[in-house]
Design a protein around this ligand. Structure first.
Ligand code: RAM
Length: 363
């Protein structure tokens, strides 16, 4: 497993507040997946042909990106990195996807990508199981499937690019919430969609962390879902504050949710009384950090996830790796990576953003 700092802008390491995370669960992956809907399971990567680390990287690979949804600023950054990497690989880049992150919204796109005989599909699953039959059809047709950002069930992809360890992200969300709540009081989660593999796996870790004696005075009163829709997230944040007058912190592990909640709080009487934290894009959150609504939040560089996914896809399609644990490949400017347990490839630790460092980031 290789850890890399997920920054795009070159700033001295000393100026970056890298979260100190207990990076213990590299193979942790998702917790909400099952093998349901997996009747067409393709053979697992570990039983495929042996990897040849010296195989030349193929040129002209057709690498298609299917993010959770197109109209999300996070997606733009993510696939932007992918496009750069596909260019470096001398491949053919394609981007398709739905405008909402609902569970079954991606299936028709996968079927079209199969017909188009793409070499690699890079997908952020809106539901771990809904995409499985089509993804396994793709794999049977010889297409390599790389999940990124939000995993599918492990039986229907060759590798998963995780932005950071699931354990580390969940722990950091609780740590930030605890700090902002002063160690006690009510907190609420404003998540993305109820089916999102990534958010659900982080929330599971949060629950485990909150059950520990050290967090006994923190009470999770509600998990609300804004569906990664700006307006719904705004309304849900408003509802949380009205329903729970003693709420101290809203933790939003989605860039859409944290921005909407911050916008609501920044222009309400709750400003300065209720803290917002979670996972956000520095460019979206800067104004809320500057106006004092938000003290701290975290993220990785989404461009690096898209970039790493292209190189992993290229390595898979070229036979350099099969997705089995321990295989190594090169990911351009990001350096060397090793496939972890269950085909998981971890980008690196997230970065914590505060007023002190936010201006050093431009994404
Ligand atoms: C939103 C999406 C995405 C997630 C980020 C943090 O943009 O839900 O999947 O990784 O937030």
């Amino acid at each position: 497993m290789t850890f890399r700092l997920s920054r795009r802008t070159a700033v001295p390491l000393s100026t970056v507040a890298v979260l100190s995370l207990a990076l213990t669960a590299c193979g942790g992956g998702t917790t909400k997946e099952s093998t349901a809907g997996d009747a067409t399971a393709a053979p697992s990567s570990s039983t495929s042909a042996a990897a040849d680390p010296n195989a030349p990287l193929k040129e002209g690979l057709k690498i298609a990106y299917l993010p959770k949804q197109l109209n999300n600023p996070y997606t733009d950054v993510e696939v932007g990195g992918g496009k750069v990497a596909v260019g470096e690989l001398k491949g053919e880049y394609k981007l398709v996807g739905p405008n909402d992150a609902s569970a079954s919204s991606q299936v028709s796109y996968i079927n079209t990508l199969i017909q188009q005989q793409q070499d690699v599909i890079v997908v952020a699953a809106n539901d771990p199981n809904a995409v499985c039959p089509s993804l396994n059809q793709a794999r049977k047709a010889g297409i390599k499937v790389v999940t990124f950002d939000s995993d599918a069930a492990k039986t229907c992809r060759d590798a998963f690019i995780n932005q950071a360890t699931t354990q580390g992200i969940g722990e950091s969300l609780v740590k930030m919430a605890s700090e902002l709540a002063g160690g006690s009081g009510e907190i609420a989660v404003l998540s993305a969609t109820p089916n999102a593999t990534n958010q659900n796996s982080w929330i599971e870790v949060m629950k485990t962390e909150l059950a520990k004696p050290a967090n006994a005075k923190l009470k999770l009163v509600k998990i609300a879902y804004g569906n990664d829709d700006d307006q719904k997230s705004f309304t849900e944040a408003q509802g949380l504050l009205q329903t729970y007058p003693n709420l101290k912190v809203i933790v939003s592990p989605t860039t859409v949710g944290i921005a909407a909640a911050s916008r609501y709080v920044s222009s309400s009487n709750y400003k300065g009384k209720v803290a917002i934290t979670g996972l956000g894009l520095p460019n979206q959150m800067r104004k809320f950090v500057k106006d004092g609504t938000v003290k701290k939040f975290a993220l990785w560089n989404p461009a690096d996830i898209g970039y790493l996914a292209a190189y992993a896809g290229g390595a898979l399609a070229s036979g350099q790796i099969t997705g089995a644990e321990g295989e190594k490949f090169k990911a351009g400017k990001l350096g060397d990576y090793t496939v972890g347990a269950s085909g998981e490839i971890v980008l690196g630790p997230p970065t914590e953003f505060t007023a002190a460092n936010i201006d050093q980031f431009d994404f």
